[in-house]
Design a protein around this ligand. Structure first.
Ligand SMILES: [Fe+2]
Length: 386
């Protein structure tokens, strides 16, 4: 590929990585002049004691902490608005997000709305003008969304079946505090879905039309780490090496796709997730192999390179055979880790597909997809995933 297009790469989040680095959280808060912290997390992390441990780290340094746990699996706008109001009422000057993508997206959007008027949906889209929000420290406890480094947050309003992304400079965390020890007890099912989501971020960015050399390098490394360690992370979750690989990979993949967007799996995941209430990593797992089968012919070289990254010996293969080996290597991984593979298991029916395809076509991920696509192509891909 010749790089004749201009590109820009702007990594706005400082990444701090290390086993037990969560112990430095109070120093990080103080370093950002924070004193009055809103700690955003979910009830599950309260139950297993992680929120208590993190609260203690902050209060031991005499920081004032309010814990906010109105975080739902696909975060709701009303939780965001309630958290933002709490920030205003209680004079918060910094937000810590602790959890998976839902908690981190909630934390980032609360921080934005603490400094902006109106409703979070007024800021849906890319680079909708806004004032900078409160500083955010993102502490991921899953390896998947990469929300700690992503320029997007995704918010739902389930009562009206809508889901939207808010993207841009003011939607990034100030610091990503990435501690793989926080992932050690993540259940296999969640490790699998979130892991495939991270893979899809790296892969969809890598093969799409908007990719660029810095993103490609990040994607290749992320895919290499995932190919090496996702199975171990799922089946032997106490292995810190595998958890480290997956956390680095998900963070790198998020950095890769920030300037490039993604592809068809993510275009379809948004309306499918909203309508059928399928967790994001699960819907991505269902769609990714079929999306790759559709896209492969439009970028044989990149799919062949994916085969090599996944360890296939492609020397005796044609370009097309090598590309196909890349697709099958990913499909094999998704199958090996027991990720979901059927939309109908979530209640999606043939009669839903046209409407879902029409909604998917609105996504900004459509135009960058390596292969030109119509709504009927999307219907066919989803049909194969039923
Ligand atoms: Fe994703």
């Amino acid at each position: 590929m010749n790089y004749y297009r201009n590109f820009s790469f702007d990594l706005q989040t400082r990444i701090e990585f290390g086993v037990e680095i969560v112990e430095s959280l109070a120093e990080q808060v103080i370093g950002l002049d924070g004193k009055q912290v809103l700690l955003v997390s979910d009830p599950g992390l309260v139950a297993v004691g992680v929120v208590g441990r993190v609260t203690e780290i902050l209060t031991a340094a005499n920081l004032d902490v309010i814990v906010f746990t109105e975080v739902e699996p696909e975060p709701e706008a009303r939780g965001v608005m309630a958290g933002a109001q709490l920030c205003k009422d209680e004079d918060r000057d910094l937000v810590v997000g602790l959890g998976g993508g839902s908690a981190l997206d909630t934390a980032k959007t609360i921080a934005l709305m603490a400094k902006n008027e109106g409703h979070i949906r007024d800021y849906a889209g890319l680079n909708v003008p806004s004032e900078p929000g409160l500083p955010v420290i993102a502490v991921p406890t899953t390896a998947g969304t990469g929300s700690e480094c992503a320029v997007w947050s995704v918010i739902s309003e389930k009562s009206v079946n809508i889901k939207y992304g808010i993207g841009g400079r003011n939607m990034t965390a100030t610091v990503a505090l990435c501690d793989p020890s926080l992932l050690l007890s993540l259940p296999a099912r969640l490790t699998a879905g979130t892991g495939v989501d991270a893979l899809a971020h790296a892969l969809e960015s890598y093969v799409n039309k908007a990719t660029q050399p810095i993103s490609e390098a990040l994607s290749e490394k992320a895919m290499e780490l995932i190919a090496r360690s996702l199975r171990t992370a799922v089946y032997n979750g106490a292995e810190i090496q595998a958890r480290s690989d997956m956390l680095i990979a998900s963070t790198m993949a998020a950095c890769a796709f920030a300037p490039t967007r993604l592809g068809l799996a993510h275009a379809m995941a948004m309306p499918l997730g909203a309508k059928a209430k399928i967790p994001h990593g699960d819907v991505i797992s269902i769609l990714l192999p079929e999306v790759m089968r559709f896209n492969m012919v439009a970028n044989l070289d990149k799919f062949a390179r994916i085969a090599q990254i996944f360890g296939a010996d492609t020397r005796s293969l044609s370009r097309r055979e090598a590309a196909s080996a890349g697709v099958e290597a990913v499909a094999q991984l998704v199958s090996d880790i027991g990720a979901p593979n059927s939309l109908s298991a979530y209640g999606v029916a043939e009669t839903d597909l046209e409407e879902l395809a029409a909604e998917s076509m609105e996504s900004g991920n459509i135009v960058v997809n390596p292969r030109a696509v119509t709504a009927s192509d999307l219907v066919e891909i989803m049909r194969r995933c039923l």
